[in-house]
Design a protein around this ligand. Sequence first.
Ligand code: SF4
Length: 351
Amino acid sequence: MIPREIVQPLLGWFYENKRDLPWRREPSAYHVWLSEIMLQQTRVEAVKEYYSRFLDALPEIEDLAACPETRLLKLWEGLGYYNRVRNMQKAARTVVEHYGGALPPDYEQLLELPGIGSYTAGAVASIAFGIPRPAVDGNVLRVIARITENEEDILKQSVKTKTERELAEIMPKNAPGDFNQSLMELGALVCIPNGMAKCGACPLAELCLARKHDRVMELPKKAGKKQRRLEKRTVLLIQDGEDFAIRKREKKGLLAGMYEFPNLEGYKSQEEILEYVRELSCQPVRIQTLTQAKHIFSHVEWEMKGYRVLIEPREKRNTDGLLFVNKKETKGKYPIPAAFAAYRKYLEEDI
Ligand code: SF4
């Protein structure tokens, strides 16, 4: 059981130590929702910039609902997991249609919206509306597993459900949002992963069983974690003068509907690459090896080798599924995901 005694020390510590974050200054439901979705994938420091840019462009839920997809993906560019923002837009449209443009102050109704699970629903309900519902993410699971010296695999749904139930029982009814945030903040600043926990600075040190029994390094357990699939890819910057070839990805699957540099499965030899470039009706003039890069998705890891291929000027610009665009257009109009960041930077360079 999670001891009720953690509540007051945690809240006291939170009020003294909480970070001044943009979404905490004006915690409307839309702001909490947006920040929580962004924080699921990126560090707080990086999120700050995305968050203000997104809200400058789409200050209200109605604006999000009405935003054209290309612009939306552009605003999300660099954050990854593009389905999350697509789901946000679906949810925004439901909110406009059924709730007059404001997120409903009801946990169950929040949970029914696309892309909102128990964590996000709990965060929005508690922080924006003061509804006593827990918000349990990986940070919170880690803190609780350590305090209670729980041996169970925190990736199991049953452990998450039990943690939610027990937290709901001890949650202070007058400060549910602060309580949830205090646990998240402790997990982010003090009870951090990989044996780095700063137990000396922890307000729960006296109550923590993992600390008492010197087991902080061992907990939490994550038995069910799956290995990521490794994929080798060859990425091509096909350059015609100032322009580069990009193409649109399939509507479904990884990075659905995004733009990308042409790329091939596996590592290809220079001969194979030139052959492929000719198949795309381009006449190669020169090939140059670029950097190797890695990008980690949730279930897949890409290991990439890159090449720049200079080609003869093409008469027909946009055929064979390719679109030749200049670097300004890739910055403003065609979102190229962060997976290709190592190659995007070559657009800035002269050959
Ligand atoms: S005492 Fe250490 S392990 Fe326990 S909750 Fe605090 S930081 Fe985490």
